[in-house]
Write a protein that binds this ligand. Structure first.
Ligand SMILES: Nc1ncnc2c1ncn2[C@@H]1O[C@H](COP(=O)(O)OP(=O)(O)OP(=O)(O)O)[C@@H](O)[C@H]1O
Ligand SMILES: CC(C)(CO)[C@@H](O)C(=O)NCCC(=O)O
Ligand SMILES: [K+]
Length: 326
């Protein structure tokens, strides 16, 4: 214990000189928490947003909520990479039952911390939906992060427990507009629904799919859905057995949905985007890599989009006066 304490105080002294401050971005979903560690911009004049949010120093980790001690896992991982307790946690949660215990764990394990749970009012975008406060904050932050990195209009696909397929346009001013989108069950939920709702289909948890979680690791192997991630010529034809048929159905449903909605949204773009550009599709989430291989439209794969967006928001706040980001 003693050496660790000394290390912390040395680091605190270093912070006072450099003015750096640690940001931990946490995206709490229904299956997993995604965590990234970053620092305030090393120099105030850094104006490239990627220098902060996507820089080489950034670490991204996914921790499955299946593990009963996942909150301790998060704190331990942060401890391993950050010396000291002076951390601002920027949090996106669509699962308060999970984020509340995490906050309690952080309060127990870190002597001083700041906790920013982001809501829609913090997102510098127009939000054109019926109830902006009811949209999953992960959707809004992902949309914001994508709109800073790619030309609009955008189709943002977050393939997690649920798959969300959202539309973001650019307006005549520089502001982006979030227009809502579509929500469908993700791969794992679709497999579970088929198993639960039929007598003839067995649960398909049991093997493979290890690389599906962004950043890898910390995913219990015995809970992973058994769906091949490699696109294979076989999957073009009809499934010849139950497993193949399920795989065909689930992947075609999700990929077909993305392809179709991108076209449909673009058709509405006369109203919502004046640029006339072909929409850029941005894909993120635990199943993004699996889905990417089956998609027939051009897209970019960007792991940790919501964590990147949390850093973007922290960076933005910093521009208007950091001071520990409070
Ligand atoms: N052990 C696991 N537990 C849960 N999901 C897993 C696991 N292993 C792989 N996956 C895959 O990862 C997907 C979940 O991705 P992700 O972690 O991005 O979800 P999430 O952010 O928690 O979801 P949401 O934001 O929709 O609540 C599941 O659909 C599943 O196919
Ligand atoms: C759809 C999910 C589960 C995706 O993480 C999340 O964004 C959420 O709980 N949203 C609330 C409903 C909505 O976005 O309209
Ligand atoms: K998510």
């Amino acid at each position: 214990m003693a050496p660790a304490r000394r290390l912390f105080s040395k680091r605190r002294a270093a912070k006072a000189v450099s003015g750096k401050h640690t940001i931990v971005a946490v995206d709490v979903g229904n299956s997993a928490a995604k965590i990234a560690i970053g620092q305030e911009p090393p120099k105030p004049e850094v104006d490239d947003i990627t220098a902060f949010s996507g820089g080489p120093g950034q670490r991204l980790r996914t921790i499955s909520l299946d593990q009963s001690d996942w909150t301790t896992g998060v704190c331990r991982w942060v401890r391993q990479h950050v010396a000291g307790d002076d951390i601002t946690w920027w949090v996106s949660t669509v699962n308060r039952a999970a984020s509340q215990p995490l906050q309690r764990c952080v309060a127990e394990q870190f002597a001083s911390f700041q906790w920013h749970a982001i809501d829609h009012r913090a997102i510098p975008m127009e939000i054109e939906v019926d109830f902006p406060d009811r949209v999953g904050i992960d959707r809004l932050i992902g949309a914001y992060a994508a709109s800073l990195r790619f030309p609009r209009p955008l189709v943002i696909v977050d393939a997690g427990s649920a798959v969300t397929i959202d539309w973001v346009s650019g307006g005549p001013s520089d502001a982006s507009t979030f227009h809502g989108g579509a929500i469908l069950p993700g791969i794992r939920l679709q497999l579970a629904a088929l198993a639960n709702g039929t007598e003839g289909i067995e649960p398909t948890f049991g093997s493979s799919f290890g690389s599906s979680i962004e950043g890898g690791s910390h995913v219990a192997a015995d809970r992973q859905p058994n769906i091949d991630v490699q696109p294979n010529i076989d999957v073009l034809g009809p499934g010849k057995n139950t497993q193949q048929a399920i795989r065909r159905g689930v992947m075609a449903g999700i990929c077909g949905g993305i392809e179709r909605l991108a076209v449909d949204y673009a058709r509405t773009s006369v109203k919502t985007d004046a640029s006339g550009r072909v929409p850029q599709i941005v894909l993120t989430g635990g199943d993004a890599a699996a889905i990417s291989g089956f998609l027939r439209v051009e897209h970019v794969l960007l792991p940790g989009l919501v964590c990147r967006g949390l850093f973007d928001l922290a960076w933005r706040k910093c521009q208007t006066g950091c001071g520990g980001l409070e």
